[in-house]
Design a protein around this ligand. Structure first.
Ligand code: C2E
Ligand code: MG
Ligand code: MG
Ligand code: MG
Length: 273
């Protein structure tokens, strides 16, 4: 009897493993199809000046419109894309979309794209991005890249070269999720970045119970930005109180649900001031 139930357990386990493997293979096949089709789209979230709510640009955020599962967020498939090595292709599809959008949309507001450290390791990343902008007929000075500190750490001199090449062509860089990474403050001045994006975890802490810790972190980030002569963007602003506290601490720009959710059609008017 024990033997039989043991076998059953194995059978159940086996089936679960098989189901899981099939699901992953399915999703991987879907991923390949979506890359070649039009399953990947860019959503745009406004970035505003905190003092008057004027829109200065947008962050492009990847979405996957899946035939059966609906609209998927990056967190639901980027891991898989990384394991299968497909995420880079997905990103290039995304970047092309964004550049075509920029070429078609007049004005001078910018769009920032998220660049994973993995891309930054490819020596031809900057050239490829600039070629793509050229082919799309987009002005590279209306494009920004968002990178995390990790991208700067593994090969600093290559990262600096890459950032300079991009900057020389008008593509400025912003440091994403700032405060959550290594924050080796002493090295930051070597990297030509335009601004620091204060991670949402600190912004959401600003008006919830332990506010003083979040305030201390934001204060420290502002002091650092001041030393570097750059500005900051508060991420994930959901309340007026958060926005006002950020402003009071010297943060000049922000993004978050308070000002606008990511949407397929970018919004250019200020929604709050
Ligand atoms: P991120 O670059 O830090 O993007 C900000 C995330 O915060 C986005 O999540 C955005 O929808 C969300 N957000 C914005 N405002 C608020 C708010 O007020 N409240 C809350 N709770 N959330 C807010 P999303 O779109 O799910 O993207 C998650 C992450 O996926 C991004 O974090 C970025 O690291 C990555 N990602 C997004 N698009 C791309 C892409 O095209 N390529 C790559 N490689 N990564 C991407
Ligand atoms: Mg970002
Ligand atoms: Mg971010
Ligand atoms: Mg973040």
């Amino acid at each position: 009897r024990a033997k039989a139930s043991g076998r059953d357990r194995w059978a159940v386990f086996d089936q679960a493993m098989r189901d899981q493997a099939v699901r992953i293979l399915d999703l991987e096949a879907d991923l390949r199809r979506a890359i070649n089709g039009d399953g990947f789209i860019a959503f745009y979230q406004p970035i505003v000046q905190l003092h008057d709510g004027a829109v200065v640009g947008h962050e492009a955020l990847l979405r996957w419109r899946h035939e059966r599962r609906g609209l998927l967020l990056p967190g639901e498939f980027i891991g898989l894309g990384e394991d299968s090595g497909l995420i880079e292709e997905v990103d290039w599809v995304m970047y092309r979309r964004v550049l075509q959008h920029l070429a078609a949309e007049p004005g001078d507001s910018y769009v920032s794209i998220n660049v994973s450290p993995r891309h930054f390791r490819a020596t031809d990343f900057a050239d490829r991005l600039l070629r793509l902008a050229d082919a799309a007929g987009a002005d590279p000075s209306r494009l920004r890249i968002e990178i995390t500190e990790v991208a700067l750490l593994d090969d600093a001199s290559r990262a600096i070269r890459m950032l300079r090449t991009l900057r020389d062509h008008g593509v400025l860089a912003q440091l994403d999720d700032f405060g959550t990474g290594y924050s080796a403050l002493s090295y930051l001045h070597r990297f030509p970045v335009e601004c620091l994006k204060i991670d949402r975890s600190f912004v959401s802490g600003l008006d919830s119970g332990g506010g003083h810790e979040a305030v201390a972190v934001v204060r420290a980030i502002q002091a650092l930005a001041g030393t570097l002569g750059i500005y900051t963007i508060g991420e994930g602003i959901e309340t007026l109180a958060q926005s006002q506290t950020l402003s009071g601490l010297g943060c000049t720009r922000g993004q978050g649900y308070l000002y606008g959710r990511p949407a397929e059609t970018p919004v250019y008017e200020a929604s709050l001031g």
